[in-house]
Design a protein around this ligand. Sequence first.
Ligand code: GGG
Length: 329
Amino acid sequence: MRLAIVEGDGIGKEVIPAAVEVLDALGLDVEKVPVELGYGKWERTGQAITEDDLKVLKGCDCILFGAITTPPDPNYKSVLLTIRKELDMYANIRPIRPLPSVKGILGRSNFNFVIVRENTEGLYSGIEEIGQDISWTKRIITRKGSERIAEYACKLAKSRKSQLVIVHKSNVMKSDKLFLDVCREVAGSKGVEYTDELVDSMAYKLIRSPERYDVIVTTNLFGDILSDMSAALVGSLGLLPSANIGSRHAFFEPVHGSAPDIAGKGIANPIAAILSLRMMLEWYGKMPEAALVEEAVDAALTEGITTPDLGGTYTTKEMTCAVVDYIRR
Ligand code: GGG
């Protein structure tokens, strides 16, 4: 496996080395290709990502990615959006499940759902204009984009409880009528049971009764917001992994950002990055290794080893050591 390692900025520089330590402990044959992207690179060179960087990323099987701080440049084009678009990674997968000994808000532990977020269009189209008196962003919904994300979500639903919820705001935004119609058509043709919800109502219901949901498919911005909100159910943004999947490439990253407020203090929670590595191993077909990583994380948390975001006093290094020790046992 040729794996691009992008630490990025802030706590990305702490949690990605932690995930790489875990990968090394598994003893797999992996060629690691470090790639510098983000704010630090922009400060040094004036560019956060270059055409050459994209070529290197395209030459790898997959990418393990930390987090990027957005530079204060009005012409800055998001690195994340650029990579997702250029490598056409259309499905953003965010599993939301409770972890042992970690209490989320409401103290719930009986939920297990996945947010499947369209990753290349919607309000993150990048087609926008900023003016003094009026600024606008074009919201793009295509049949092709909606079809392929619906197909991905249906396939995932079939491997789970076969219950799909299509989340939209088609009563207000006409562009979502196409998304909803296409998702319904695809789910119907694949024999997947489905319902649909308006995004505002879904936010309320997810917090009230998260146990009712299995697979949620939605557009780019709604998926982004609902998944950060769902992190509160789990207990911390520092626990949520994600995968960006396309037909030829994939990249795996914690849902959290670069967290400049705690960067450099050695207290960032490495679990989201380590569980992103787990998703990568699963995507690559390394099922026993993926299961071992999950077991090791669960064991560390069960022992009460937690970082300050979860009320604990352990450092990033100590948390990582606990996971690595379990794997080497
Ligand atoms: N791992 C998610 C992450 O890095 N989030 C920060 C973010 O969204 N940055 C936007 C960008 O500059 O690309």
